[in-house]
Design a protein around this ligand. Sequence first.
Ligand code: O7M
Length: 214
Amino acid sequence: MKVKNQIILALDVEDKDEAYKILDQTTPYLNTIKIGYPITLALGPQIIQQIKDDYNVQIIADFKVADIDATNEKIVNTTLNWGADSIIVHGFTGDDSVLAAKNMAEKNNKEIFLLTEMSHPGADRFLKPVAEEIAQMGVDMGIKNYVAPATKTDRLAKIREIVGDEAFIISPGVGVQGGKIQDTLKYADAAIIGRSIYNSDNPQQTLEDLINMI
Ligand code: O7M
């Protein structure tokens, strides 16, 4: 995946006019938008194709898929049929669940991102102790794309070490959650940024400032 300016916008707004206002200001600089439950549940899954058609961007569907294999398969297939270019899948469910998601994405000529460890403090309790194993599982399964936290650069660095230089890592947590873009991009290929762009008084200026820092 090629991410323009190494920034992915997390479009976690729930109002279409607001979403389009932000997209108007940011898509001259960005080609990759992450949509998740907030916008999809508010506006319906049609929003995926609408945004693609109206802004000529690629969409990462952040549905953090975390079910048994048979259900993962359905979630991945339906999401990709709604127009998403890739889908984010949790790794903690284990290799059978992840494999089902990976196979279904490949059947659609699309890709999954494997979520290894999360950016919020609470993730230290249950996810951190197994994150390196999750990353290793991804490597063993031939997965190329990963999500790892920008708020914990030591952990991000560790996950990069495990998945290798050829893997593609996207990293959430820059801005409001405390991560710094320059530190993050030492280890990640792109940063996922939401509130500090879409809640800013001037999303375009904020984005320009972020790009200038890279
Ligand atoms: O910049 P923010 O904090 O407003 O938004 C960050 C986005 O990244 C938001 O959409 C979160 O749901 C998502 N995210 C995390 O913040 N932390 C994680 O560990 C994982 C994700 C994510 O994208 O998971 C795939």
